[in-house]
Design a protein around this ligand. Structure first.
Ligand SMILES: Nc1nc2c(ncn2[C@@H]2O[C@H](COP(=O)(O)OP(=O)(O)OP(=O)(O)O)[C@@H](O)[C@H]2O)c(=O)[nH]1
Ligand SMILES: [Zn+2]
Length: 347
């Protein structure tokens, strides 16, 4: 029978429990993916951590996924996901790359030095909103900056509903500052560029040095960088998922996330005089009006347009690629079956 207390420490929720039938409740082993490597996954059952080879059934699994194992520890199936993060793969590859799954809260880290960038924060917010998770913007390296409060206000102006925290990642009282989210059965993902302090924050929250030697490697400059994703159980009962810093976060399939992130622009656009207003120089354009009276910044409007274009382009090209792959597979199958028929005819 399942040990719910142990599973809860891994972020187990009723959403997953409802996916089990009575027989599975007694005779199976749910595990959560806590580390992801090329050929193997490390999973945790609450009482035990062990490795599973990456097979056909689990090749799309990411850190945060729940798997159902049989009594003999074979993979039965992957649980339906509560939430899922993916981006368009970096570079020219036409693929989507999974980031993590089954997360409730996303800490979007941005440091208060040169990395501070409202456009990038909005980009992350679109991704988090699309996944249906709660975003919290965390401005790091407060100890090195003297304009923390001013920048905090700039972020708060993006949305009055947004929670924004300014922190020093080494501060041991962080557990109190972030206590609203560090709650039992809550899974939190850390997102943000390389060097913003994700690993430092998770070290401080875990209060111990992470056992991540397998994942953290030295780069050419001798710096330690996170190269994999891993899941950490915190004393508060929350679960933390660290991700490697993303050099490029290309958006794809985040139309709803963008609408939510820029909801006031969407609302303004619907009150322009012309239904097909391009918001450039038409008379009675509500967006141009908002920019000139200062209630909307030009920066935000331009970023909204840019991200929308990028999302449309990536979504369309990935859809085309999928359709192309499908028709190729169909063609191979057709050729194969024709070859079999031909062989039979000649036998
Ligand atoms: N002074 C100060 N330094 C910080 C803070 N947060 C992180 N650092 C330092 O910034 C450097 C990078 O921090 P990491 O925690 O490794 O950054 P990361 O986001 O995990 O980076 P990747 O693993 O590459 O994704 C380290 O030298 C940290 O000690 C902070 O709040 N204040
Ligand atoms: Zn307009």
């Amino acid at each position: 029978m399942l040990n719910i207390n142990q599973l809860n420490l891994l972020g187990w929720q009723s959403f997953f429990q409802q996916q089990l039938d009575i027989d599975e409740w007694y005779n199976s082993v749910p595990v959560r993916v806590v580390e992801q490597h090329r050929n193997r996954l490390v999973v945790d059952s609450g009482s035990d951590t062990f490795q599973l080879p990456v097979t056909e059934k689990v090749w799309q699994c990411v850190v945060g996924d729940w798997l159902l194992l049989t009594e003999k520890y074979d993979v039965n199936r992957v649980f339906e996901r509560k939430s899922y993060f993916a981006r368009r793969a970096a570079g020219s590859k036409l693929e989507k790359q999974a980031i993590t799954a089954n997360v409730d809260v996303a800490f979007v880290l941005c440091s208060l030095n040169d990395d501070f960038n409202l456009n990038r924060i909005e980009r992350y917010l679109a991704l988090v909103n699309e996944a249906g998770c709660e975003p919290v913007v965390i401005l790091t390296k407060a100890d090195l900056a003297n304009d923390g409060l001013e920048k905090r206000e700039q972020v708060q102006n993006l949305s009055s509903m947004l929670r924004v925290e300014v922190i020093d990642c080494h501060d041991v009282t962080l557990v109190n500052q972030l206590s609203d989210w560090l709650k039992p059965q809550t899974s939190i993902v850390l997102l943000g560029s390389s060097g913003v302090g994700k690993s430092t924050l998770s070290n401080t929250l875990a209060q111990t040095q992470q056992k991540t030697s397998a994942i953290r490697e030295q780069d050419s400059k001798g710096r330690h960088t996170t190269t994999g994703r891993y899941l950490l159980k915190l004393a508060s009962g929350a679960v933390l998922i660290d991700t490697p810093g993303m050099r490029e976060l290309q958006l794809s399939d985040v139309t709803a996330g963008l609408e939510q992130t820029f909801s006031e622009i969407e609302a303004l656009a619907s009150s322009c005089k012309f239904v097909n207003c391009s918001h450039s120089n038409e008379p009675k354009c509500a967006i141009q009006q908002a920019i000139s009276d200062g209630s909307l910044t030009e920066r935000r409007f331009l970023n909204y347009q840019k991200l929308r274009k990028e999302n449309q382009f990536n979504t369309a090209s990935l859809r085309e690629r999928r359709a192309h792959d499908k028709s190729l597979t169909k063609m191979y199958k057709r050729v194969q079956s024709q070859a079999v028929k031909f062989k039979k005819l000649n036998e």
